[in-house]
Design a binder for this molecule. Structure first.
Ligand code: ADP
Ligand code: TRP
Length: 320
């Protein structure tokens, strides 16, 4: 089965990205054909500074490699190094009803916030559809926020196939309910755009500080608390063993436990969880040439596949 996913280099990767998406990417690569990429064209829709975009692309690559991406087996590249995807995006745009894009929440949210969205943001889901369809992807592992984009991809593939004959494979999303939405330190969805993240590789002292800032309610220490309504508990679920989690569940419900205790333990567990990968991450930082080489080879492998699908689409619509 071909598994494909992308992550925007719009900031440093955080534990929401890891548990919501990257962990599944890394797990799925063993039994499947993994195709993973850094979505730099998509990141442009929010108007990043050129130096930030450049630095974040490399940082995302180093994070993936440090966390265990298998460069022999898995195809790993930077989206803009395979520009065929932008041509397919144009072809798909011409079968995509404008109303379908107007219903997309990423776009609607920006408009609701009073921002003037650029055309790239409006067309964002069409580019994502091109990413997925150009590689004949079967499965797309993502967090819950991406569900709509996969549905739109299926719609667009359906419109195209109905108009021009069977050309594209219809993909399915792969969303694990238990990690679909990892909360940030302010309780909203953890996101690079909300400044509420705990980064995978930020200094351990800063992980501690951020965990201590996680928003909780003001129920006094003595009183019973509901673990299912607590952001700290939601994060503990990601890193504590089932036995330890049961104990915390009991402590919450019994009363007599302060959120500070749970936070201290959470910080320890998060730091322990990612510690084994820090060494490798530091080595990669000193070997940027190697990282760039991996991306270059990945782009060559990805291009070979993309060219074939693009050709199919060009013939189907009559460009050739
Ligand atoms: P961000 O919102 O931080 O910019 P991206 O949009 O680049 O993150 O998302 C990259 C991947 O990580 C996507 O598959 C997305 O669904 C997943 N993801 C991002 N934030 C979370 C979260 N808080 N919980 C679960 N999954 C998430
Ligand atoms: N929109 C995705 C996100 O913000 C990133 C992305 C771009 C993607 N193209 C993709 C994810 C294709 C899966 C498949 O997370």
């Amino acid at each position: 089965m071909r598994v494909l996913s992308g992550i925007q280099p719009s900031g440093r990767l955080h534990i929401g990205n890891y548990f919501g998406a990257m962990r599944q990417h890394l797990q799925l690569q063993a039994q499947n054909e993994g195709f993973y990429f850094i979505a730099d064209y998509h990141a442009m829709t929010s108007g990043p500074k050129p130096a930030d975009l450049r630095a974040n692309k490399l940082a995302v690559a180093m994070d993936y490699l440090a966390l265990g991406l298998d460069t022999e087996k898995t195809v790993f590249w930077c989206q803009s190094d395979v520009p065929q995807v932008t041509e397919l995006c144009w072809i798909l745009s011409c079968v995509t009803p404008k109303a379908l894009l107007e219903r997309c929440t990423t776009y609607k949210d920006k408009v609701a916030q009073g921002l003037a969205p650029n055309h790239g943001l409006f067309a964002y889901p069409v580019l994502q559809a091109a990413d997925i369809l150009i590689f004949d992807s079967n499965l797309v592992p993502v967090g819950a926020d991406q569900k709509q984009h996969i549905e739109v991809t299926r719609d667009i593939a359906g419109f195209f196939n109905n108009t021009y004959g069977e050309t594209f494979v219809l993909p399915k999303d792969y969303i694990l309910a238990s990690v679909a939405v990892v909360p940030g330190i302010d309780g909203r969805k953890m996101s690079k755009s909300y400044d509420n993240t705990i980064e995978i590789f930020e200094p351990e002292s800063s992980v501690k500080k951020k965990v201590m800032k996680i928003v909780t309610d003001s129920i006094p220490v003595e009183s019973p608390k509901d673990p299912d309504k607590c952001n700290v508990f939601a994060l503990l679920k990601l890193v504590a063993s089932p036995e330890e989690l049961k104990e915390w569940d009991k402590k919450y419900r019994q009363g007599g436990m302060g959120y500070g205790d749970a936070k201290k333990r959470l910080a320890e567990l998060l730091i322990e969880f990612f510690r084994p990968y820090r060494q490798k991450r530091a080595e990669l930082e000193n070997n940027v040439g190697y990282v760039k080489e991996v991306l270059k080879k990945g782009a060559e492998r990805a291009t070979a596949v993309a060219e074939k699908t693009l050709k199919r689409a060009r013939v189907a619509v009559g460009l050739e």
